[in-house]
Ligand binder design. Structure first.
Ligand code: DP6
Length: 333
């Protein structure tokens, strides 16, 4: 084993067409294709060092040791990396986000993308983008999309055999191709009670899940086409419908999951009103209560100002399109 320590930086992403539900939960093979934009303002930096003197993996997130659940997921990802590199050395992992950890945006996408790139390099592997995306996907599905830069699609590949090697993300458009902005309205900074992991596993219990899957291919192609045309007005209505449908699935799963708070609905209403008055803005949501408002860069300051004035909004983060996962010379320890 040659390299022992490596650091990587990776952006989080916001999906326009969402990943919700797995075909194979263990391998995180999704039931549908998804499209997203990397978020330049939300980055995770991770250093991994393999050290023969360690008896166990040591994982520090921010300034603290990782909680048990997070630690288990990180160790599982280190195990995948070790299996690929044919080593059994334990690792020291230190990870931190560039955004305040108290805003409820903790991101498994940026975290697992950075861990996968830093971990494979530290283990002496030099994987290409596709192999990194496949490996990151197994740590957290949406992390597959944080490996390539800019606007990205992740192929479900449900129609092929040997599926794991075919389900990866690749770039649709580079980050500088379109000055699209995500104005994120933080309406709650509490950690969510039900993680995406559980949401994926019960999505099929919603009586509307089959209906969602049957509508997705057409919506997907329209969103992809309008994205490439850089047409927010063309893409926006489908992006909103997509977010609402995902939450409708969550709310009608057994047991139901309610991510929306009163502030979520207030922000969504405000965006609809601003649009009625001529502003081109469309919202989407992750598996949480915070609202992501998509606007052209030229409108981002005005929209951020209006969002800050809304009741229930605790903080606002503005992000443009971000780079893919990349190595850094600045180690965290
Ligand atoms: C609603 O990638 O967080 O944000 O694979 O269990 O880590 P795991 O799930 P995760 O799910 C993301 C769900 C989503 C939609 C999306 O980003 O596509």
């Amino acid at each position: 084993m040659q390299t022992r320590k490596a650091t990587a930086v990776s952006c989080s992403n916001i999906a326009f067409i969402k990943y919700w539900g797995n075909y194979d939960a263990r391998l995180r093979l999704p039931l549908n294709d998804s499209i997203s934009m990397n978020l330049d303002a939300l980055r995770t930096e991770t250093t991994v060092e393999f050290d023969d003197a360690l008896e166990n993996d040591e994982i520090v997130i921010g300034e603290q040791s990782a909680d048990e659940r997070t630690e288990r997921r990180v160790v599982e990802q280190l195990n995948r990396i070790r299996a690929e590199a044919k080593i059994d050395t334990k690792a020291r992992v230190h990870s931190r986000n560039n955004f305040p950890s108290a805003v409820g945006l903790a991101s498994s996408a940026s975290a697992f993308a950075a861990l996968t790139l830093a971990g494979t390099r530290a283990a002496g592997l030099e994987l290409g983008e596709r192999a990194l995306s496949i490996l990151a996907r197994q740590g957290s599905g949406s992390a597959a999309r944080s490996i390539p830069a800019g606007f990205v699609e992740w192929l479900a590949a449900t129609n092929v055999t040997s599926i794991s090697s075919q389900s990866y993300a690749h770039q649709v458009m580079p980050p500088d191709a379109w000055d699209l902005c995500d104005v994120i309205a933080i309406v709650s900074s509490e950690a969510k009670k039900v993680g995406s992991n559980e949401g994926h596993s019960i999505a099929h219990t919603s009586p509307f899940f089959g209906e969602r899957l049957s509508r997705l291919p057409n919506r997907y192609h329209r969103v992809r086409r309008e994205l490439l045309a850089k047409n927010l007005k063309g893409m926006g209505p489908d992006v909103e419908t997509e977010a609402i449908e995902l939450h409708a699935i969550a709310m009608t799963s057994r047991p139901p999951i309610f991510y929306w708070l009163p502030g979520t609905i207030r922000v969504m209403d405000a965006v609809r009103q601003w649009r009625g008055a001529g502003l081109s803005a469309y919202y989407t949501l992750d598996a949480g209560p915070n609202v992501h408002i998509l606007v052209e860069g030229k409108d981002s300051a005005e929209v951020a100002k209006r969002v800050r004035e809304l009741a229930d909004v605790q903080d606002v983060i503005i992000s443009g399109p971000g780079e893919g996962a990349r190595l850094s010379e600045e180690h965290l320890f």
